[in-house]
Structure formats: structure tokens, C-alpha cells
Design a protein around this ligand. Structure first.
Ligand code: C5P
Length: 296
């Protein structure tokens, strides 16, 4: 899946919105406005939402897919519509497009579903409306929609700093497999940041290219996700998900993504990632369990 598949001959623009995975997340400070300063290695998995954009006389959004019910009733609060209106306002035009969203990612899950949708909307509508924006303006527009939107605009492994607005290319990551596991509960990002206590961490960006999966795992293990304890205090089931992933044969690392509750396992081997998915899904039918390869 590529982030942008281009305009088809019939004028339909199709853009993928892949799941974001925080392979590491250090909380390194807090600004006066309450936003936290982060140091995070963000990667993307080849699973996610899909959006299409067509020319129309007004702005509409239709949704389908396994998690459509979670976004259908948001109305104008939907990040897709907010992104469309913000882009049109920036360009000084009236927003007109028929947007369709296939929602494959659960919401409020730490894998950036809403942010990925907003980023895909900006990319898709820039193509449909033939707009050109300075990269800095695009990042500013994205940041106003959500702290994860700028990195989702890049859609590939990135070293994220600031509150999500400082982006530097990550070294190439080796091919590997992820198992995404979201135990039944949604978690509110502000609530998790609020529940975090203790000292701030130091930034520790991964700058050296890992030669293989073992080296990547070694580098990840000396870093962490600083929001894990806060998420566990609000949703102890996160601990069950981490333990289930950790126990799977072939799992090299298990960790929470973002503010949770989605956790991931890292695998060198596709068959082992798929076997782990089957066994965790059958033991926990109410959990969302998906194997995916890392977008390199
Ligand atoms: O920007 P976004 O809507 O994703 O952030 C939701 C909330 O998460 C913010 O209002 C803030 O409470 C918290 N947050 C934070 N520091 C960040 C990102 C988010 O404190 N870097």
C-alpha cells in the first residue's frame, strides 16, 4: 500500500491512510500550554484506512468498513471534514468533494487513525483541487488538526520531536513484521498524558541504521514508551495485551504504541506473526488483532 496511489483516469483520487506505530516514545518535557515535547521513532504498518476523493457540487463524507460506526456520527467534528474545510480556507476556495472513507482502524487507539485520515485528506484534496502548498504551510495546517498529522503526511519512518511538528528522516529500517493488538478499550490521549507522572526522559533519537531486525530490536530495547504506565493505570487490560504478545513464539519485542491502548509485537518472520495473530485472536475474540508488515 502506498500513501498516494494517484488520480485514476476517471478522476478519482485514492489515498491510503496507514496505521502509525510509535516504535519508541520518550516524553522529554511539557510546554506552558500543556502539550508535551516528544522524542519518538514513528513507523507505519501496511494496514489502515482508505480514502477516495471525487469532484462534486458540495462537501460530503460517506463511510464504510469495520469501524465505520465509530466515526459516522461525528458530523463536522470528523477530522476528514475538518481537514477539507481547513485546506479550502487556506487556499481561499469553497470546499467541494465527495469523500469516501473505508475505516479499517479502530479509533482512539494510539495508532493515529484520525490523524492518518486527516493527512490523507490533505494529500488527496491537494491533488483533486490541484493545489500546491509550501511544505511548511502543510505541516502547520496538519498540526492544527492534531499533533500526529504532520508525521502522517510523511507516511514513512520518521524521527519526531517537538509536540509532533519537528520531523527528521529516520534511518532505513530492516524489513520486519508487526502484530497490532488493541484490547477492547478506547483510551483518551489527553487522559493518558494527564495520568503520566515522574521525571521527563532524555531524547535518544535512533540515528544509526540497524543492519537487521536483531539490531533494530536491540536499539528499541534501550528505549521505551513513556506513556505505558499511565495507560496501564487507566486500562489494566493493556498489560494483558503486552503479556499475550510477549508470550507468542518469535516475538522479539512487545510495546504499546502512542497513548495506547494498541500494543505491537515485532517479528522477523511473517509466519510467526500470523500464527501469533491467530492464537491471540481466538483467545480474545473482542480484541482487534492484525498482522502487518512495516512500511520500509
Ligand atoms: O493533537 P491531538 O489532538 O492529537 O492531541 C490530543 C491531546 O493529547 C492534546 O490536547 C494534549 O492533551 C495531548 N498531547 C500532548 N502532547 C502532545 C500531543 C498530544 O500533551 N505532543
Amino acid at each position: 500500500m502506498t500513501p498516494y496511489d494517484g488520480a485514476a483516469p476517471d478522476g478519482v483520487v485514492t489515498v491510503a491512510a496507514p496505521a502509525k506505530v510509535n516504535l519508541t516514545l520518550h516524553v522529554v518535557g511539557r510546554r506552558d500550554d500543556g502539550y508535551h515535547l516528544l522524542d519518538s521513532l514513528v513507523a507505519f504498518a501496511d494496514v489502515g484506512d482508505l480514502l477516495t476523493f471525487r469532484a462534486a457540487d458540495d462537501l460530503t463524507l460517506t463511510v464504510d468498513g469495520p469501524f465505520a460506526d465509530q466515526v459516522r456520527d461525528l458530523g463536522e467534528a470528523n477530522l476528514v471534514l475538518r481537514a477539507a474545510r481547513a485546506l479550502a480556507a487556506k487556499a481561499g476556495i469553497v470546499p467541494k468533494a465527495a469523500i469516501h472513507l473505508t475505516k479499517g482502524l479502530p479509533v482512539a487507539s494510539g495508532i493515529g487513525g484520525g490523524s492518518a485520515d486527516a493527512a490523507a485528506t490533505l494529500i488527496g484534496l491537494m491533488e483533486l483541487w490541484q493545489l500546491e502548498l509550501l511544505p511548511s504551510d502543510l505541516i502547520e495546517l496538519g498540526l492544527a488538526l492534531g499533533a500526529d498529522v504532520p508525521v502522517c503526511l510523511r507516511g514513512r519512518a520518521t524521527l519526531v520531536g517537538g509536540i509532533g511538528d519537528v520531523l527528521n528522516p529516520a534511518p532505513n529500517l530492516p524489513p520486519c513484521w508487526l502484530l497490532l493488538v488493541r484490547p477492547g478499550v478506547p483510551l483518551s490521549t489527553p487522559a493518558v498524558f494527564k495520568a503520566r507522572d515522574g521525571e521527563f526522559s532524555s531524547a535518544y533519537p535512533l540515528t544509526k541504521r540497524p543492519a537487521d531486525v536483531q539490531e533494530l530490536v536491540g536499539a528499541l530495547k534501550i528505549r521505551r514508551n513513556d506513556l505505558t504506565d499511565a495507560a496501564l493505570s487507566l486500562a489494566p487490560v493493556v498489560g494483558e495485551a503486552l503479556a499475550a504478545i510477549e508470550a507468542a513464539p518469535g516475538c522479539l519485542l512487545s510495546r504499546m504504541s502512542g497513548s495506547g491502548a494498541t500494543c505491537f509485537g515485532l517479528f522477523a518472520d511473517e509466519a510467526e506473526a500470523r500464527a501469533a495473530a491467530d492464537s491471540i485472536a481466538s483467545a480474545h475474540p473482542d480484541w482487534w488483532v492484525v498482522p502487518a508488515s512495516l512500511i520500509s
